[in-house]
Ligand binder design. Structure first.
Ligand code: DOR
Ligand code: ZN
Length: 335
């Protein structure tokens, strides 16, 4: 059995910089036609100059493949309309992090009070720049995303022309919210379709499955599965593949992030096939994103086949999800 995907897109990807970029970027560019690149470097990407330099480093690291990095700027509440108008030519979106909520987000927004965000949100609405949000409060870890629902509602109601993407949703409440506001969309990761908190911490602690937002309950995962498997038109695949060196994961202060880029399409094919929904995979990994972002990806055909694939223990010192395990789908060819 095979399936050919046309221009798969990863709408939420961490590529890092320096040596890590050189290690991980080709693993995405091999099988994806493009990706939304997260700006949480140190320091974060907040200027057009830094963004263009980063983009050119990404392009050099992926030069053997046809791959388009779709760049984002790190959200700041003091960006001017003129700045955003210039930035618009180079970016696909702005990414908003609540301050300190996850890896390298210290420079994020400290209050979600819309009065402080109004000017930038209005400019983004006017310029048609999408807002991508890491939607968690700093409350109890299992409740952080649920508590952010009221913030999403405020944003969606007050700025109806602003396209808002709830990034890496993990709860049934977020899944329900999608249907309530026309201008809300979402990305879903691979790992949140597979795991619950039990897989992370129910037995021996599994640091390579630790991420933010943390995986939740089975009923939450099932709500995400319903959306993904039916390729709900407001939902896109965004891996949130977030590589960290092995010593930062297997450590007493484990960094958050699951590295899935090189195994994502194989594991998605397996999941969609097992659930008799292989026909919806194309929409989930490409069509919906094109529609939502209004983008036309580079052409790339990725053929997957139902042949075992032994996932390597590590890719250059970064441990992927399913390391050492066998997936039943593999990549046959890319053209
Ligand atoms: O688990 C995560 N890792 N969640 C994020 O939001 C950020 C990411 C990272 O950059 O490592
Ligand atoms: Zn992320």
């Amino acid at each position: 059995m095979t399936i050919t995907l046309n221009s798969p897109l990863d709408m939420h990807l961490h590529l890092r910089d320096g040596e890590m970029l050189k290690t991980v970027a080709p693993l995405s560019s091999h099988s994806f036609a493009g990706a939304i690149i997260m700006p949480n470097l140190v320091p974060p990407i907040t200027s057009i100059e830094a963004l263009l330099e980063y983009k050119s480093r990404i392009l050099s690291s992926t030069c053997r493949d046809r791959f388009e990095p779709l760049m984002t700027l790190f959200f700041r509440d003091d960006y001017s309309y003129e700045f955003l108008k210039e930035a618009k030519k180079e970016i696909s979106a702005l990414k908003l992090y609540p301050s300190g909520i996850t890896t390298n987000s210290e420079g994020g927004v400290s209050s979600m009070d819309i009065e402080g965000l109004r000017d930038v949100f209005e400019a983004m609405s006017e310029l048609e720049i999408p807002l991508l949000v890491h939607g968690e409060t700093n409350g109890f870890v299992m409740d952080r995303e649920k508590e952010f629902v009221s913030v999403y509602e405020q944003f969606a109601k007050n700025f109806p022309r602003l396209k808002i993407v709830m990034e890496h949703i993990t709860t049934k409440e977020s899944a329900e919210l999608l249907g309530r506001y026309e201008n809300l969309y979402a990305t879903i990761t691979l790992h949140h379709l597979y795991i619950t908190l039990d897989d992370v911490a129910g037995g021996l602690l599994r640091p390579h499955l630790f991420c933010k937002p943390i995986a939740k309950r089975a009923e939450d995962r099932d709500a995400l599965l319903d959306l993904a498997l039916s390729a709900h038109p407001k939902v896109m695949f965004g891996s949130d593949s977030a590589p960290h060196p092995i010593d930062k994961k297997e450590s007493c202060g484990c960094a958050a992030g699951v590295f899935t880029a090189p195994i994502a399409l194989q594991a998605l094919a397996s999941l969609f096939e097992k659930n008799d929904n292989l026909q919806n995979l194309q929409a989930f990994v490409s069509e919906n994103a094109r529609e939502i972002y209004g983008c036309e990806p580079l052409s790339k055909e990725v053929t997957l086949e139902k042949t075992p694939f032994l996932v390597p223990d590590s890719y250059g010192g970064v441990v992927p999800m399913f390391a050492g395990e066998e997936l039943d789908w593999s990549i046959k060819s890319v053209s």
